[in-house]
Ligand binder design. Sequence first.
Ligand code: 4GX
Length: 223
Amino acid sequence: MKIDVLTLFPGMFAGPLDESIIMRARKAGLLVLKIHDLRQWTHDRHKTVDDRPFGGGPGMLLKPEPLFEAVESLKREKTRVILLSPGGRKFDQAIARELAQQEDLLLVTGHYEGFDERVRETLADDELSIGDYVLTNGALPAMVVIDAVTRLIPGVLGDDESSHDESFSPGGPGLEYPQYTRPAEFRDMKVPEVLLSGNHAEIAKWRAEQAKLRTKEKRPDLL
Ligand code: 4GX
């Protein structure tokens, strides 16, 4: 998969995507990631990307011209163009699975009060939010999407890493059961007896009960 990112803060992307599983996917060529500075597509001395909203009001908007030029030059036949903004569809595991099927993504990250509406109407195939809170810009949301999507690209996860994917589907199995490793007693806290019993039927039953209870308690929306 190829993922292009359009941002005003290319420096924010150095680090989080250069480690661990994402870096391994990049080195294997399973993910080809390119970060682009939106200011590259400005033509004035000050590299202006923003302007004041018509009709007045607070804040600045991203101007349409650099965004249109950037998207038009980066977009290819099968590219899906996705804006990151708090007003988008709420990103979840089902959307991550859907995006992992794509060949080519272009993530466009906002800043200030957002985009000129013509960007949304004309350039974007989709608009995603990573959750109901306000961030300073769209770089972290883009990295969240890249991380969640990349681990679902076939071949990125090893067999040991891949088993936990269905936990966050509503109607799916819900949250994980509690887990323990050695020592069996740590600072007066004991591992539940059943897990040490060697009785695999009892262990499976206990885990299913615990997972259900925990989901009902903490995330009833997943049931
Ligand atoms: N999930 N932000 C985008 C600028 C902005 C404002 C309005 C478009 C419209 C966010 C989120 C998020 C802060 C990134 C505002 N862009 N993005 N930025 N939550 O809070 O995606």
